[in-house]
Design a binder for this molecule. Structure first.
Ligand SMILES: N[C@@H](CCC(=O)N[C@@H](CS)C(=O)NCC(=O)O)C(=O)O
Length: 326
């Protein structure tokens, strides 16, 4: 481990450049957020989307599916990682965001006992898949992908995605989308009533997720009540232990930052950050990048501002490494 607390891993992350100062692919962000959260040392290799296939083929990075409209042509996507930490000559080569994160979690495990480090930011990260939650996270990921990412965002923001791409990638993107939808790129996005309907459906999908997540409130209320009892002196010893562990006392201590107060109860698993937060946050970063400011305001006004708060809470893991390979 280095003096800054970064683990001395040697990982290359393959990501897609944009014309913006930061990348915006939801899937590559998912992995980058986890690398940052785990404090792993990595460098980025920027691969324009039109060069993903030749780059992956040359490096032995496996495809993640079959190309749209073909029977068996392999589809290469990013993110991918090459982890040289254990071996320079026989590194671990992986594609597909979730298997990559599962590998990182296995190879560089986080410590269970410091379960509130995510809100204090002071100790080692907590596990991304706490015991018994793998199926829950798989379901969450499925819901988020199908109801939020893939259902309406392309109908609302195809041009936003297009305009964020490098010029060479724009040509490739236009060709693929026109081929897929059978009309000029400019005519694919929903307009007028259809656009309003797409917005409504997106809001409903976020609303449904909010309803699920509100279930956490029951537990948080219980926690608050027991904390109240403790602070009244009913369990002084326990209270001391909890504060020492968490580095914060549920937002009531004078040294707790405002951001921590906000984030304490906003994660998918309540008080602890986990895999699904990074899935969701990757999409929020994507939306923030492709949306007009007005539309971002609209999204962050939904569900009591939950999504904007989650975005802000994840900002601490949104660093893009300055040491990049081209
Ligand atoms: N299942 C993959 C999907 C990855 C994916 O679709 N990546 C997109 C960027 S977000 C990509 O590489 N697109 C380039 C292309 O389709 O050519 C994962 O979760 O990593």
């Amino acid at each position: 481990m280095s003096a800054s607390g970064t683990l001395s891993t040697e990982i290359t992350l393959f990501d897609i450049p944009t014309i913006h100062p930061k990348p915006n692919s939801p899937n590559t962000w998912k992995v980058r957020l986890v690398l940052n959260y785990k404090n792993l040392n990595y460098t980025t290799r920027w691969v324009p989307s039109s060069e993903i296939q030749p780059t992956c083929k040359a490096l032995g990075i496996p495809p993640t599916g079959i190309k749209f409209g073909t029977k068996d042509e392999p589809h290469y996507t990013l993110p991918a990682i090459i982890d040289y930490t254990r071996s320079k000559t026989n590194p671990v080569i992986l594609s597909d965001s979730t298997p990559i994160i599962e590998y990182l979690e296995k190879e560089y495990p986080s410590k269970e006992e410091n379960f509130d480090s995510a809100t204090s930011g002071l100790q080692d990260p907590i596990p991304l898949f706490p015991r018994g939650t793998r199926a829950f996270h798989a379901l969450m990921e499925n819901f988020i992908a199908n109801h939020i990412l893939l259902s309406n965002i392309p109908r609302l923001y195809l041009m936003g995605i297009y305009h964020g791409k490098l010029p060479a990638d724009q040509i490739d993107f236009r060709r693929r989308m026109e081929n897929r939808f059978g009309k000029p790129l400019e005519e694919i996005e929903a307009r007028g009533e259809a656009r309003e309907k797409a917005w409504k459906e997106l809001e409903e999908a976020f609303g449904k997720l909010d309803t699920f997540l509100k279930k956490n409130q029951l537990e948080l209320e219980d926690d608050k009540n027991s904390e109240l009892l403790r602070s009244r002196g009913h369990a002084k010893v326990e209270a001391k232990a909890t504060t020492a562990h968490t580095g914060a006392d549920l937002g009531n201590s004078p040294e707790t930052k405002d951001e921590e107060k906000v984030t304490n109860c906003d994660w998918v698993m309540g008080r602890r950050v986990s895999f699904s937060d990074f899935v969701l946050c990757g999409i929020l970063i994507f939306l923030r990048s492709i949306c007009e400011d007005e539309d971002w305001k609209r999204i962050t006004s939904w569900n009591g501002g939950r999504w904007g708060k989650m975005y802000s809470a994840c900002e601490r893991w949104m660093t893009v490494d300055s040491t990049t390979q081209l």
